[in-house]
Design a binder for this molecule. Structure first.
Ligand code: SAH
Ligand code: SF4
Ligand code: F3S
Length: 470
C-alpha cells in the first residue's frame, strides 16, 4: 500500500519498539498534509518513529478528507483492511483523524467500533495523550470538539521536501457555498496571530526552508477578526524581511477577498511567487448564485483584470465544478467561455458530489446524469489544456529559474523542478543536479502542464537570475 503523502523519515531505528512505530496515510488538501506533519511532530517528541510499511507499525493513522464521496469512502475502506489484523493483534492502535472523523464521528463509532481513535480537525494536538489513554481500553475514544483551542508550537518541518514548508495561517471557513462540506468539518474561521506565524517562518528558515506556502481554507480573508494591520498583505510583507526564505505563496484564495491591498503586496514583494490559485467554480451567474459563491462572472473578471494590471504575467489556476444540480447546457457553456476569456494557465475540474449535510445535497436534486458530468468534465479539461498549452508556449526559447526537486516520477533520467510561477520544468539529468538548489532551464518544448528544456547553469543555493529577468 503506497502512502498518498510521504513525510520525511529516517532509517528505522531497531531500538524503537513496534508500539512506538507509526504508519500514516494522508488524503485531501494541503491543510490535511500539514496537520499530519504536526501530528507526527507531536508523536516524535514522545519517541515515536514514522515507518512506511503498515506491517511494521503498532499505530496506524489515517488523516481523511470528506470533500467528495469517493475520497471519504476510500479512506474508510482502506481502514477496514486492518480490521482482521486488529483482531489478531489487539494492541495495534487504529486511528481515524481529519475531516471524515469530524463529520461522521457517530456513524463511524457505530459502523467501525474496532477503530480505537476518532479525532476531529481541532483536537489533533491531543493525539499522543489519546493514544496512551486508549491503550488497553476496549472502548474507542472520540475527540471531536470544535471549539477546542488547537495548540501546537512547531519546531521543525516534516514535509517531503526539506526546503519547502506549509504554514497554516488560519483554519476553518465562514463561507456557505451550498455544495461544500468544509465549513462543517473545519468549523468557523480562526486566524493565528501574525507574530506567531512569522516567528514560525523564521524558525523554518533557520532550519533550511526556502519556500513557504501559507495555508487557509479562504487564505486571503486571513485576519478578518484581528483588526487593522492583520491581513495577508502584512504576512507577505513580513516574509519579505526574513533571510533564507526566497519564495512564498498562499492557497486557497476566494475571489471575494482579493482586495487591492493584497494585490499591491503581491506585486511589491519580490519573494511572492508570480502565481495565484483562484477557484471560480462556474462561469455562469445563475450557477454562482445557486452555489452561493457571493460573486458573479463580472466580479471575477474584474478581479483578474486588477491582478494583471499589477502583475501582467501572473500565472492563474482555478477550480471548476461540473454537474451541479440544474446545470443547463447554456450554463455549462459559460464555464467553457470563461476559460477562453481569462486564459487560465491551469485548472482542476470536479464532478459535483452531493455531501449529506450541505444545502445542495439536502435541498436540491442531483439531477445531472453521470454521463453528462463526465462529458462536461472532459470538455472543460480540454479547454483548460488548450489554454494552458498556449500559455506555456510563450516560454519557448526563454529561460526559467527553478528549484530542483528531484528525478522526474515518470522518467528518472530526467529531473523536475518548479519555477517561480509554479510551472513544472523538466530537463535531462545533469551530474550537478541537487535537490533544493536553484537551476536555470532553457525551454525548448512544452505540453499543457509542463515546460521541457536543458540546464544552462551550475547549481546554486540562492536565486540566480535578477528579478526582472524572471
Ligand atoms: N477552500 C477552497 C477549496 C475547498 S475544496 C475554496 O474555497 O476554493 C477544493 C475544491 O473542491 C473546491 O474548489 C471545489 O471545486 C471542489 N469541491 C468542493 N465541494 C465539492 C463537491 N461537493 N463536489 C465536487 N467538488 C467539490
Ligand atoms: Fe468550501 Fe466555499 Fe469555504 Fe471554499 S469558500 S472551503 S468552497 S465553503
Ligand atoms: Fe478535504 Fe477537509 Fe481539506 S474535506 S479538502 S481534507 S479541509
Amino acid at each position: 500500500m503506497k502512502p498518498t503523502y510521504s513525510m520525511q523519515t529516517v532509517e528505522v531505528d531497531e531500538a524503537v519498539p513496534k508500539s512506538r512505530r507509526v504508519y500514516f496515510e494522508v488524503f485531501g488538501c494541503q491543510m490535511n498534509k500539514l496537520d499530519a506533519e504536526l501530528m507526527l511532530e507531536g508523536l516524535m517528541q514522545r519517541g515515536y518513529q514514522l515507518v512506511h510499511d503498515p506491517e511494521e507499525a503498532g499505530v496506524i493513522l489515517y488523516n481523511t478528507c470528506s470533500v467528495r464521496e469517493r475520497a471519504e469512502e476510500r479512506a474508510v475502506m482502506r481502514m477496514t483492511s486492518f480490521k482482521r489484523r486488529k483482531k489478531e493483534e489487539p494492541e495495534l492502535i487504529l486511528g481515524l483523524t481529519g475531516c471524515v472523523a469530524q463529520h461522521k464521528q457517530e456513524e463511524l463509532a457505530e459502523r467501525a467500533p474496532w477503530i480505537d481513535l476518532i479525532i476531529g480537525t481541532r483536537e489533533f494536538d491531543r493525539l499522543p495523550d489519546l493514544i496512551d489513554e486508549v491503550r488497553g481500553e476496549s472502548q474507542s475514544i472520540l475527540a471531536t470538539e470544535m471549539d477546542s483551542p488547537l495548540e501546537f508550537v512547531r519546531q521543525r518541518n516534516l514535509g517531503p521536501q526539506p526546503w519547502h514548508a506549509f504554514v497554516s495561517v488560519m483554519r476553518g471557513c465562514d463561507m456557505v457555498c451550498t455544495y461544500c462540506i468544509v465549513p462543517t468539518t473545519r468549523g468557523k474561521e480562526v486566524s493565528r496571530s501574525p507574530e506567531v506565524i512569522l516567528e514560525e517562518v523564521r524558525r523554518l528558515a533557520a532550519e533550511g526552508v526556502q519556500e513557504i506556502t501559507f495555508l487557509g481554507q479562504t487564505v486571503n480573508s486571513y485576519g478578518k477578526r484581528l483588526g487593522a494591520g492583520g491581513g495577508l498583505d502584512t504576512l507577505l510583507r513580513g516574509v519579505e524581511e526574513i533571510d533564507g526564505i526566497h519564495r512564498c505563496h498562499f492557497i486557497t484564495s476566494h475571489p471575494r477577498f482579493m482586495r487591492p491591498k493584497l494585490i499591491q503586496a503581491m506585486a511589491d514583494c519580490s519573494k511572492v511567487m508570480n502565481y495565484l490559485h483562484l477557484p471560480v467554480q462556474s462561469g455562469s451567474d445563475s450557477m454562482l448564485a445557486r452555489m452561493k459563491r457571493t460573486y458573479d462572472r463580472d466580479f471575477y473578471l474584474k478581479c483578474i483584470e486588477r491582478l494583471r494590471e499589477k502583475m501582467p504575467d501572473i500565472t492563474l489556476a482555478t477550480d471548476f465544478i461540473v454537474g451541479f444540480p440544474g446545470e443547463t447546457d447554456e450554463e455549462f457553456e459559460e464555464s467553457l467561455s470563461l476559460v477562453k476569456e481569462v486564459g487560465f494557465d491551469s485548472g482542476y475540474v470536479f464532478q459535483y458530489s452531493p455531501r449529506p449535510g450541505t444545502v445542495s445535497a439536502d435541498h436540491l436534486v442531483d439531477d445531472i446524469p453521470l454521463e453528462v458530468k463526465k462529458e462536461r468534465n472532459h470538455l472543460l479539461l480540454d479547454a483548460l489544456h488548450t489554454s494552458g498549452k498556449a500559455r506555456n508556449d510563450r516560454f519557448l526559447g526563454r529561460t526559467v529559474e527553478v528549484i530542483a526537486e528531484g528525478p522526474s516520477r515518470t522518467d528518472p533520467t530526467r529531473w523536475a523542478g518548479r519555477a517561480r510561477d509554479h510551472r513544472i520544468a523538466i530537463w535531462p539529468a545533469c551530474p550537478d543536479d541537487k535537490a533544493g538548489s536553484f537551476a536555470v532551464v532553457k525551454v525548448n518544448r512544452t505540453s499543457a502542464a509542463t515546460l521541457f528544456g536543458e540546464r544552462v547553469d551550475g547549481p546554486s543555493e540562492k536565486p540566480i537570475l535578477p528579478p526582472e529577468v524572471r
